[in-house]
Unconditional design. Structure first.
Length: 622
């Protein structure tokens, strides 16, 4: 088995089997080939890989017993089940535990049913079902007259295992997701009743996005194909039928299933003919699907598989014999266009056996879902972006090796979350007259993050939990900037929330004219209240957000703005104008700070401005 990639995104093939051998493991690969069984006078062909999951699980039970007999030493086994193998191994291990519990103290019984396994790895397995676009399944049925297509339909889509696993199967005939009658629900109910194996550590290594990343768009066209007659075919057709009846081709289009609680077209297949140049459909097959509140399975976050791409690649040639290829190309003009090569195969929630919300596109990577009890696994690895089904990467292999190391048990799941200054919510001012609590945007438990809190030297921490802190201003602080900070240990990241401490005072408050405006009668002049913020070394939010200003302007017409720090003034007469402004934050407000401005008429040629030039120079206190 190989996997990639390095930091430069170049592919590096690594022999995982050799890696495991180097770690001291004897690796045994279990395959389920095709074989024959004799039933009376009849010989039946069994497709092992597509056979009943239960029967393959019983084969694994027999192998585990054989390995226990041949084993030297007391080392317990590690069982890894990729894809459907995760269901086979789950069923086998849980079945053995169920049987062992019937008579655990009997030595012979224990030898039969003790699985001797310490770690079970479910590798991108469909614990709640797998998905192949229902439109693609109908496409295979529509083109079933072609031998290779018919083989794909019967061997893959209509196999026993596929009918047990696919959440929406064409044999159901249902527009809403329904499995194959007599197979899907019966198997899932049996699996759920059996449960998960318990007497071991169980982990899930998955390839589907845990951050809600979708694949394509619901209802979009993913493949269209036209099998048209070539020139020679048209000439022959014309010689025999003239213009009465001419074969125009077979056209088919596949679409992803629609979005939540929506009905949409998933297959449009047509056999077209023409009569005297007028085209019409001699046969048309259209299918629709309706997604429920779970959303579209085809586009849901999950590991990917390119079923429609396989169709695209295998459509021409339609035969593996060279003469047939030549003959096909001579008489057939095949046109095809693939728009989306992959679809969601194993939804992320299915691979996790998720028990929370059924909405497939939900972001679930922001919490430790083991801690919340929404997955039965003891640990899991799931990437940010969707990956190819059972694809090994440097990241998930490193995680697997850490789990194999018996010295590093109880590793937590990886939790993905982006933090910035908006991640801390709470008041913009720390006040004496109320409780000031700040909350980091993670749950107190099950977050996967450990947080420590700190504050500036003008703020006192009263109490804290993992995701909240309660603070008060230190006596004597007023009209000053401080901060509350959360340090996230796992990310080595500090987030600072800048806050105003106490009621803003008027001492630093001033009024300034904006631009080159001068104070004249019957002319608008723009003023702005100015309260300089002390130099701040920390990077964070703007603590002035949320401040409001109240103006006192006599003998003038005024215009107000959403930004209350700015106002337009139109004086009615000349002379001195005593304008006041006060500032308010969430703790309270200052008293008015007044400033004199000289108002002249434009004809007088006065320079205007305030008594001090319209500006006040502020020197910040230490």
């Amino acid at each position: 088995m190989g996997y990639d990639h390095d930091n430069n995104n170049s592919t590096a093939k690594i022999d995982l089997i050799k890696d495991l051998n180097d770690l001291g493991y004897d690796v045994i690969i279990v395959n389920h080939p095709r074989y024959e069984i004799i039933d009376g006078n009849t010989t039946k062909q069994i497709n092992g890989g597509g056979d009943y999951i239960q029967r393959n699980a019983y084969v694994l039970i027999s192998l585990i017993r054989k390995l226990k007999q041949q084993q030297e030493g007391t080392e317990e086994m590690v069982v890894i089940g990729p894809s459907m193998g995760g269901l086979i191994t789950r069923y086998a291990l849980a079945y053995m535990e169920k049987e062992l519990a019937k008579n655990p103290n009997n030595t012979d019984h224990k030898n039969l049913w003790d699985h001797n396994t310490r770690l079970w790895v479910s590798f991108d397995s469909p614990h709640q079902g797998a998905n192949i676009p229902i439109g693609t399944q109908y496409w295979l049925r529509f083109h079933g007259f072609l031998a290779p297509v018919k083989e794909n339909l019967e061997v893959k889509i209509n196999s026993v295992a596929a009918k047990q696993m696919l959440v929406h199967h064409h044999l159901s005939g249902s527009e809403t997701p329904q499995g194959a009658p007599g197979f899907r629900n019966r198997f899932q109910n049996e699996l759920d009743a059996l449960g998960m194996p318990q007497n071991l550590r169980k982990i899930a290594l998955n390839n589907g996005s845990i951050l809600g990343t979708t694949i394509g768009t619901p209802s979009q066209e993913i493949l269209n194909m036209k099998i048209n007659p070539d020139v020679i075919t048209r000439i022959v057709n014309y010689l025999y039928t003239y213009l009465f009846l001419n074969f125009e081709g077979i056209h088919s289009n596949i679409y992803f299933t629609p979005n939540t609680n929506t009905n949409g077209l998933i297959l449009d297949g047509r056999v077209r003919v023409s009569t005297f140049f007028i085209g019409w459909n001699i046969y048309r097959e259209r299918h629709y699907a309706q997604s429920d509140n779970r959303g579209s399975y085809d586009t849901s976050p999950g590991s990917t598989f390119g079923t429609q791409n396989v169709i695209f690649e295998e459509a021409l040639p339609l035969s593996q014999h060279n003469f047939d290829k030549w003959l096909m190309e001579l008489f057939i003009d095949l046109k095809r266009n693939i728009k989306v090569k992959e679809h969601s195969f194993i939804p992320t929630k299915s691979a996790l056996a998720y028990t929370g919300s059924s909405v497939l596109g939900e972001v679930i990577g922001n919490k430790n879902r083991v801690c919340t009890g929404e997955t039965p696994f003891d640990n899991y690895f799931t990437p940010k972006e969707n990956e190819e089904h059972i694809f090994l990467t440097t990241a998930n292999v490193a995680w697997l090796k850490a789990e194999l190391d018996t010295m590093t048990t109880n590793l937590p799941p990886t939790v993905y979350k982006n933090f910035d200054t908006s991640s801390i919510s709470g008041d913009l001012a720390v006040c004496d007259n109320k409780t000031n609590t700040y909350t980091l945007d993670i749950p107190n438990t099950c977050s996967g993050f450990n947080v420590t809190w700190s504050s500036s030297n003008n703020i006192n921490i009263i109490s804290s939990t993992n995701n909240t802190v309660t603070v008060r201003p230190i006596n004597g602080t007023n009209d000053i900037i401080g901060h509350v900070s959360a340090y996230i240990v796992e990310k080595d990241l500090t987030i600072d929330k800048l806050v105003w401490v106490g009621i803003p005072g008027p001492d630093f408050l001033s009024i300034s004219t904006v631009g080159s405006y001068q104070f004249y009668t019957n002319q608008w002049t723009k003023l702005k209240a100015v309260h300089p913020i002390p130099p701040i070394e920390l990077m964070g939010n703007d603590p002035t957000y949320g401040l409001s200003y109240t103006w006192s302007v006599p003998n003038s017409q005024i215009r107000r703005f959403n930004d209350t720090s700015t106002i337009d003034v139109n004086p009615y007469s000349t002379g001195q104008l005593n304008i006041g402004v006060k500032m308010q934050n969430q703790c309270g407000c200052t008293y008015f700070k007044y400033q004199l401005f000289n108002v002249t008429s434009q004809s007088s040629g006065g320079s205007g401005g305030s008594s001090g030039g319209g500006h006040t120079i502020i020197k910040m206190k230490d």
